[in-house]
Ligand binder design. Sequence first.
Ligand code: ADP
Ligand code: MG
Length: 323
Amino acid sequence: ENTANKIAAGEVVERPASIVKELAENSLDAGSRNIEIEIAEGGIPFIRVTDDGSGMSREDAKLSVLRHATSKIYEVDDLECISSLGFRGEALPSIAAVSKFSLTTRLHGEELGTYLEIQGGTISDLREGAGQVGTTITIQDLFFNTPARRKFLKTPATEASQIHQVVTKLALSHPDVSFKLINNQKLVLHTPGTNKLRDTLTSLYGTQIAPDLIEIDYADTNISISGMIGKPTLLKGSRQWQTYIVNLRVINSRFIAKAIDNAYHSLLPKTGFPLAVLQITVPLDSVDVNVHPQKSDVKFRDEQQVFRAVYKAVTTTLVNPQQ
Ligand code: ADP
Ligand code: MG
């Protein structure tokens, strides 16, 4: 069992940023309004994610660290229509297999919660705990028992910047949730959770970008695209200001990147990469999210349709900008 968890950890837990992504996605799935992520030294010695979501009962807390004990999928058919960010039940056991793991959780309306600790993959401590409503998960000494993996980690500064990117994108995918990131005791990111993407963007990238943002609002049969793109005056040397979101999930996609490029280049010279936050909504069963251990690549039933929609949404917005 613990070997299986360690193997799965190799796929799910590549680096501290993958842990932050999994934990924060769990917080989102639990309906949190506020998610606070605290790290030290790039997350290698310390990551803590605190949320104000549903919390867990003692039984659920014990189950949560067991492999494939997801509470989000009940039947195989549900895999065709996944609306939660998590669905494999792999993240917590995988993370707990390669770190020193502890969890505090309390349900709304209960006086006492649960404290649980895992060492080397087994529960080493389980007791009642006070604690706030919601869940706090603390990860210490990542890869302490898998030294070969530890060697592949980059410098704390590089790992911290990967975490910063992950949190930035998650915050853009959920403008209705307030995210905080604290690195070495310094608050480095704080989104307001006002449910206005414009507010989230300016809190992340600076108020000076506000005049350069154009709203996207596009709808066609079975696909809609909303979000913001940057005016052509606001270009970057990389795609770091691009976030693609499908049904509230942050994804990687080369072809969406290509569709944005083509749209800008059909109207403008090639000089850099625009800001783009695209919130794409398609029917749940027209996208397969179960193709990658980290759930960041997805497969569309009709990729061409999505390509054309992105291209059209961006070009029409650029030609006729609404602010
Ligand atoms: P998955 O997200 O795929 O279900 P995880 O290993 O990430 O699997 O989490 C296991 C289970 O633990 C979840 O299904 C959920 O029931 C519970 N859980 C994890 N994190 C939280 C949280 N922050 N708040 C409430 N429940 C949580
Ligand atoms: Mg999960």
